[in-house]
Design a protein around this ligand. Sequence first.
Ligand SMILES: *Cc1c(COP(=O)(O)O)cnc(C)c1O
Length: 227
Amino acid sequence: MTTSDNRLPELSANLRSVQERVRAAALSAGRSEDEITLVVVTKTFPVEDIQALYSLGVRNFGENRDQEGSVKAPQLPSDSIWHFQGQIQSNKLKSISTWADVIHSLDDRKHAQKLSELGTNARVLIQVALEDKLREDRGGVDPDLLSEFLEEVIGRMKLNVVGVMAVAPLGVEALPAFQQLTSIFQEVRKKWPQLSAISAGMSGDFEAAISAGATHIRVGSSILGSR
Ligand SMILES: *Cc1c(COP(=O)(O)O)cnc(C)c1O
């Protein structure tokens, strides 16, 4: 397929529409839209699309795979902010830490240890597992063990942990799931007041996430089209 041809008007219209929905959701939640960072998830899409989005003012891009992010990130201007939100593979951490400014999906002690040894400057969010009736494993630290996990990664490993992240489980309503994430965040924030970020919400549920208090939403298909 030809990539850049005629993608700009489409991307521009989709972006505007999502930005409008973010504004409306923030307004109805009594929040300022400035509190919400839209991370445009560009996984599987070509770098030309990302360059088009950059020309439209987007600076926050999200990728799920090191193989893609490590190739795309160097092709964008250096004021781009790269988010990694995929499943972490230990042998990719070194490479991920060369291009990712923010890692949303840390949920494993060994990975944390390795990141710490790499001396990463990345901001890190801890992925939390929300209650899941289908018992699917979509990753994440058990909320009951989150405090202990933070104790280790902030206290002992000195990682720059800035917040929590979750993916709404399938088969549950998104709003209560995201509200659960916010209350987990507020609980751990009593002990670690430096925590400021709640990453939640994708194309299908970002309005619920904004209503529940998300500071970062990760939106792909509503802007770029279906993968
Ligand atoms: C792919 C992905 C997104 C974006 O999903 P869309 O439905 O395309 O908006 C957000 N978060 C994570 C963790 C993802 O894997």
